[in-house]
Design a protein around this ligand. Sequence first.
Ligand SMILES: [Mg+2]
Length: 204
Amino acid sequence: MTVPSVVVFDLGKVLIDFDYGIAAQKIANACGLDPAEVKKMLDHSPLLYRFETGLMSNEEFYKQVSANTGYKGCHEEFCGYFADIFWEIKPMIAWQAKLRASGIPTFIFSNTNGIAVPHIRARFPFFANFDGYVLSYEHGSMKPDPKIYEVVEKMTGHKGADIFYLDDRAENIETGVTRGWQTHLQHDPQATFKVAQRLGLPIN
Ligand SMILES: [Mg+2]
């Protein structure tokens, strides 16, 4: 068994939780639509895919959602609504700090966008404490596309079993497995810590 050299964290539902329903409710209230319809447009939608692979700017995404919903608020208000949907998963953040203190490099590997990231950076201090960030919208590719996993290997300087990768989505984990990474499909931090301990990593 190889003790991993680096730990690669997905962001959403691994380090921070989120609910697009919060944004959908605020946007729906502002334009008299059904929140469920707005949520469908945001959460894992083709529009979000284009945004998170860098094919649309923040402004274009705002304009497209506004056109689709009849939302009349300004860009800034929209960004506030769209981004304020996150809260910390504290045991995971404490564990990342522990890894960092133990000298184990940690990375963020996220399908995300240019509205969410500045908000998360400003709101959550833990976000600054990683050795590197692979963010889909900066690379024109998103998980589970193998192309963006190559970016992780380049940035970390590691491959195969040297990488321990956590994500809450099975299709993302699957590509990691095909590259020989050690992986864990996260659903509960305590279960994650048990796996990490088995691999020889320090836990809280
Ligand atoms: Mg996730």
